[in-house]
Design a binder for this molecule. Structure first.
Ligand SMILES: Cc1cc2nc3c(=O)[nH]c(=O)nc-3n(C[C@H](O)[C@H](O)[C@H](O)COP(=O)(O)O)c2cc1C
Length: 341
């Protein structure tokens, strides 16, 4: 979970409890990736992964209308609108190098497929390679591109949509429909993701043909998660119908809890009022950073999936223990009722 939620403390706690934590490194520099992986290794001797965003092509566009649209929020919060919006040169290349030099045991990615040489280099180092798919076609492309695992990201998922071979609205397949269809279509193992918050969801994912489940939102409300208290409170308070998919924060569709910024930037927006990813992300970053410091949820990207009512405020180790116990109970309950039939 790029953006600060997945602290090294959270990744390590998940590993120490028997899970597989992943550092969301998409917005980190090479030096920050090195520091984060070192810190995880200090806190845990368990394996963990690094996640990056595959390169997303974008065109430079006139940012003036988009800047005008967010100017009043910047004024209200008291920080300056950023001037430069373009990402640093060679960012992904340097991130991949840092990931390869790290002690991470998996390289995971979304938004597309990493270049073949990066995938081959990761495999040569013994790292597992995992890509994100939102359709069967994308899963097949990932398998053909060298992925060892495919993350099937259902429409319920919090955060950015991983779609890369279909338009975003075409890639909104629910987890329960997506996972078995991908499992039938590829020969690599499938990891289910999207709306899974407890052991019932994990057990269901396993029954649908997944080898594992990837949970995001469920870990954002743990003590170790590095998001603002107002963000954690918003997840705990949110009902299942209070998220939507928006481009307002980053320019790329992502699911989050509806708030004032989302409504006022997106509703009635004209073409050009929201920049393409990653420019809109850069345009809103200082606003979101200040909002996190001020604990103001109305300007934060409150990425969350549709399972919000199942969120729990707890320590990551306790959440992991609960997930294991619930999964075992759900699986034994299911086999019991099958026997009864
Ligand atoms: C705050 C947040 C940040 C995320 N960042 C990333 C990311 O950097 N890379 C990625 O592959 N997926 C990211 N995701 C998506 C998750 O990998 C996963 O698909 C999603 O959390 C699953 O749905 P759930 O939130 O309902 O558990 C993010 C999700 C959230 C909630």
């Amino acid at each position: 979970m790029a953006g600060g939620g997945d602290t090294p403390e959270l990744v390590a706690a998940i590993g120490n409890a028997g899970g597989f934590g992943v550092i969301g490194a998409a917005y980190l520099s090479a030096a920050q990736i090195a520091a984060a992986t070192k810190r995880v290794a200090e806190l845990s001797d368990r394996p963990f992964g690094i996640n990056l965003f595959a390169a997303v092509p974008f065109e430079s566009v006139d940012p003036r209308a988009a800047k005008r649209r967010v100017a009043r929020f910047y004024e209200e919060i008291g920080v300056a609108i950023p001037g430069e919006l373009e990402p640093p040169a060679r960012m992904l290349e340097l991130q991949v190098e840092a990931a390869l030099e790290s002690n991470a045991s998996a390289l995971t990615f979304t938004f597309g497929i990493l270049p073949r040489h990066a995938i081959d280099a990761a495999k040569a180092r013994g790292m597992a390679v995992m890509g994100t798919a939102t359709t069967v076609g994308e899963a097949r492309l990932l398998e053909a591109g060298g992925a060892d695992f495919v993350v099937a990201q259902g429409a319920e998922a919090g955060g950015h949509r991983g779609s890369f071979a279909v338009p975003f609205d075409q890639g909104l397949i629910g987890t329960i429909a997506l996972v078995p269809q991908i499992a039938d279509a590829v020969s690599i193992p499938v990891i289910a993701s999207g709306g899974i918050m407890d052991g019932r969801g994990i057990a269901a994912a396993l029954m649908l043909g997944a080898c594992a489940a990837q949970l995001g939102t469920a870990f954002l409300t743990t003590q170790e998660a590095g998001v603002a208290a107002a963000y954690k409170d918003a997840i705990i308070a949110a009902a299942e119908d209070e998220t939507r998919i928006t481009r307002a924060f980053s320019g790329r569709p992502a699911r989050g809890i509806v708030n004032r910024f989302m409504r006022e930037v997106e509703d009635g927006a004209a073409p050009g009022d929201i920049l393409p990813f990653p420019l809109q992300n850069a345009l809103t970053r200082p606003l979101r950073a200040q909002a996190a410091k001020d604990n103001r949820s109305e300007f934060l990207s409150l990425w969350a999936g549709q399972g919000t009512r199942m969120a729990r405020s707890t320590k990551a180790s306790l959440l992991m223990a609960a997930l294991v116990a619930e999964t075992e109970a759900a699986l034994s309950g299911a086999s019991f009722s099958l026997r009864e039939d």
